[in-house]
Design a protein around this ligand. Structure first.
Ligand SMILES: C[S@@+](CC[C@H](N)C(=O)[O-])C[C@H]1O[C@@H](n2cnc3c(N)ncnc32)[C@H](O)[C@@H]1O
Length: 146
């Protein structure tokens, strides 16, 4: 699916997503594991953070300076209300490079929405946005784009 179509769909379910997923533990064990591999806890970026920002909460508790990025305006707006003081970027990760270098980047069930031909270049872009010993965690899969 084209990223803008994905954004339009998430805009429609942003409130539902927040109430349904805010307390979900799905992916949290993997996030905690990625955190253990991260030597310096400086900046962290949650790509496709969604409206609950549940990864942002965990990263914050571990002492990272966390930022969230999402293509959906509605998801970002709701996440902002829950996470005051956090920097959010309303961006399509295909079109923009992350603005700084990060100790940890999480792309949990966000970039897997991308058409397959865009997933590798986006992963390379995320690797380029890591500090020398930084950690990237991501889920992948999906279908060929239209
Ligand atoms: C399945 S939700 C996952 C949300 C969150 N990571 C979680 O696990 O609760 C996918 C999120 O990725 C975002 N997303 C999809 N494609 C994106 C893109 N190209 N750039 C940035 N965000 C994207 C969607 O807007 C949505 O908020």
């Amino acid at each position: 699916m084209h990223p803008e179509d994905t954004a339009a769909r998430y805009n429609r379910i942003a409130e539902w997503w927040q109430t349904q997923h805010q307390d979900s533990l799905y992916g949290i064990v993997q996030l905690e594991r990625a955190i253990k591999f991260t030597h310096k806890k400086q900046f962290a970026l949650d790509v496709g953070c969604g409206s609950s920002g549940r990864f942002i909460k965990v990263l914050n508790e571990h002492g990272f300076q966390v930022e969230g990025l999402d293509i959906s305006e509605e998801m970002i707006d709701l996440a902002k209300q829950l996470h005051l003081g956090i920097t959010f970027y309303r961006e399509d990760i295909c079109c923009r490079s992350p603005p700084k270098l990060y100790s940890l980047i999480a792309a949990w069930d966000g970039t897997f929405h991308l058409p397959l031909n865009l997933q590798e270049p986006v992963m390379k872009k995320l690797c380029d946005a890591l500090k020398a010993d930084g950690v990237l965690m991501f889920t992948c899969g999906g279908r060929h784009g239209r």
